[in-house]
Design a binder for this molecule. Sequence first.
Ligand code: TXA
Ligand code: MG
Length: 337
Amino acid sequence: MKTEVLKVNRKNPEKGKIERAANLIQRGELVAFPTETVYGLGANAFDARAVKKIFKAKGRPADNPLIVHISDMDMLDALVERIPEKAIPLMEKFWPGPLTLVMKKKRNVPDAVTAGGNTIGVRMPKNRIARALIKKSGTPIAAPSANASTRPSPTEANHVYEDLSGRIPLILDGGKTDVGIESTVLDLTSRTPAILRKGKIARSDVKKVIGAVVDHTQKKRGKVKSPGQKYRHYAPKAKLVFAREGISAVRRFISKNKEKKVFVITHLERKNSHRGAYRTLPWGKKSNVSAAARKFFSLLRRCDQEGADVILIENPPRKGIGDALYDRISRGGKRIV
Ligand code: TXA
Ligand code: MG
């Protein structure tokens, strides 16, 4: 299969291009598209055969459920048994946006989407291309991140191409994504709502709207409620290590690993600040954690492309989205200090 990459205007998506993509969705094919978080690999959520193609194209384990994306509130009724009371103010405040809500699913949602479970994760993305595609398709779209399973999530169309070319017919190219890491996943089916995956919308943000919220992102293997959290994830090919603080530890690591190509992702602005490193790549200003989050997956891919043996990350501050970013870094790598 030849994979076409189609550039689409992110502010004002061209009608004809969206129609072509929607047509593929309606015919049971896959389309990769940008969302504000990362690129998604979409299929008609009510077409079990199409949804199964997603798992095949990504090499995704069948027990990991997919998030379903909607463009309008009307689409929600077809997916969930009932809308939980606490969901309403959350939807009002954070939708469209990077918050996935896990609710009781309706029976007619194919098992392939929910990995056989009785809950479903739903979100309304903000990206206009995503919204236009869902609306034109006239159906909710099930979409995981459009990377090959275990690879870093794609934040640009060429990342999707790198992983999935030859496996899917179309990628809508809407440029770089805004947030850069995946949505917050919030379970509304447990007694106390629970964060299953960290994202831009923090536990404290949710708490302000609905009160008590627990953090279930650190649960040990076997007990996880969000199956995605138990797999090796966000992983570059190179070994990933990170330092929470102190450039002295970074320097020590570099000098101990002289025979390896160590790439350092750093806040330091002067190029020669990490003498001995094979390459240094900039996070940008330390105060701008959002910019770091936006760049993260792309930097990992760049290190791989340029042949890194080890990627050494100076961890950005854990404030704001920095906490979710730290979550991704720590799942992908090992802490050295
Ligand atoms: O930002 C995002 O959420 C992106 C874009 C494309 O929307 N999507 C995404 O999908 O990251 P994926 O499949 O890569 O990650 C979905 C996560 C997984 O950790 C999965 O286990 C969890 O959400 N999840 C999905 N449905 C769930 C459910 N019913 N119960 C618990 N966890 C669920
Ligand atoms: Mg993913």
